[in-house]
Design a protein around this ligand. Structure first.
Ligand code: ZN
Length: 244
């Protein structure tokens, strides 16, 4: 069983298409998406349609929920709020219908999935060893998958259950899953924030007992041009080039 895991697409169609191209080359059995399909980016409807078609499991992220009106847009400041308000205006009926069916967490055989964290699937970030430990101790499946921070991570629970090892998971990181329980964040497809501007995703191979962290280049300038064309805040275009 090979699972391609994506997260935080954020309506960046060129990044999503580049990742899907790589995923198709690798071959996989299922694709899972950890939420935030929309928000920030210029192509929400196209991205929702692709994610709907390709994923077996898709979570709702905080941006998706704000765009749907399930959470007030006032919870977002500046650029996130402006982009969410714009996305609300342009979101088409099929995209809205699909997003309305999603929840911020899911459990499947061998894995628990959260947009944020087990403690708060919508809003909490797992960015520290303490948060990773708490997440692993409050779940039971071998794998815990999170998104939301846009930072690729791989942390393993110590055999004694009192700490974690690992941390950032830059391109080509391999996690040996057979060694125990892991918390993984595949990173962000559409707005990476770990200093690598390339689109991120992860390939979990359950038979080989490995998770591989991948990065793929995409035409950033095309997404930047679309952001500006739509009148979205230009800072959202600038940050894509820096992976922040
Ligand atoms: Zn996000």
């Amino acid at each position: 069983m090979r699972i391609a895991v994506v997260s935080d697409v954020h309506a960046n169609l060129h990044a999503l298409e580049a990742v899907l191209g790589e995923v198709d080359k690798e071959g996989f059995d299922e694709m899972w998406c950890l939420g935030d399909v929309v928000g920030y980016g210029p192509k929400p409807n196209e991205c929702v349609a692709l994610v709907q078609k390709r994923t077996a499991i898709c979570l709702a992220g905080n941006h998706d929920l704000v765009v749907l009106g399930k959470i007030s847009v006032a919870t977002f400041g500046g650029e996130a709020g402006a982009a969410a308000a714009w996305t609300r205006e342009v979101l088409d009926a099929p995209a809205r219908e699909f997003l309305m069916t999603l929840a911020p967490s899911a459990v499947t055989t061998g894995a628990e999935l959260f947009h944020g964290s087990p403690r708060d699937p919508v809003w909490a970030y797992v960015l520290s060893e303490g948060a990773a430990l708490e997440s692993l101790l409050s779940t039971s499946e071998p794998l815990v998958l999170v998104g939301h921070s846009h930072v690729a991570l791989a942390l393993a629970l110590e055999p004694a259950g009192d700490g974690v090892t690992g941390g950032l998971a830059p391109a080509d990181t391999v996690a040996e899953l057979a060694t125990g329980r892991w918390l993984l964040n595949p990173g962000s497809v559409g707005q990476p924030r770990d200093g690598d501007a390339r689109a991120a995703w992860a390939l979990i191979d359950k038979v080989a007992g490995r998770a591989e962290f991948r990065r793929v280049t995409y035409p950033i300038e095309q997404t930047q041009a679309e952001i500006r064309e739509q009148g979205l805040p230009s800072a959202l275009a600038v940050r894509l080039a820096h992976g922040i």
